[in-house]
Write a new protein. Sequence first.
Length: 248
Amino acid sequence: MIKVVLFFTCFLFCGHAAFTQTHLRGKVLDKWYDRVIMAATVKNLSQNKTAQSDMGGNYRIPAAAGDVLSFSSAGYITDTIVVTANTLTAPFDIFLARHVIELEKVEIGGLNRYQADSISRRQEFNDVLTKRNTKLVGGRGNTPTDGVGITFSPISFFSKNERNERRFKKMFEHQEEELYIDYKFPFDYISKITGLRGNSLQTFMLQYRPSYAFCRRSNNADMLLYINDSYRAFMQRKGRADKDGKEK
């Protein structure tokens, strides 16, 4: 009988521990686009602890019910939540809204908002971004040597740390390109020019999102022309779709 009581006591204790997590976890995502936000800062203001989202947008931070957490990333509006018992039982995803940047640029100490945020992001990860990764084949000075004056370093090149650093740099640069497109092709500005709102605006933004190369070589007049041409094409397609729907 004592063994049975001990078994059920242990079962209940373990079950309670399993369902009472000591960490909040989930993903940090872009509110307007189906995209994760890597390197977002997650702060538990109640416990004075900090974490960051990884390359997949995943975060994990010590937390308890009642704690106040903030989620922030350069170029996004900081969001704050109060942890509840329910949020600790399953992954909790957070969606951050972007700082709206119009083409009439607000200057900050000689820099526009995008430039200031980009510099801030690069400074935050300067150690990784400026570190020179190991080359698979290099010059003199590395070991082991395979041939005269040529080094072959597969152990260092394929190490987990080196792979993660190369992957982070690649994803960081890709994110910078996406944020630059957002800067040149912002929601509020597009809505003001086209008059689109809600789902129609979001559909237009996704269908006619320009490339990074186009944004880099385009000035404000070029972008305005692109928006107007794209809007006409969008409305023509929408008109044909509405007509086909009525005929059916």
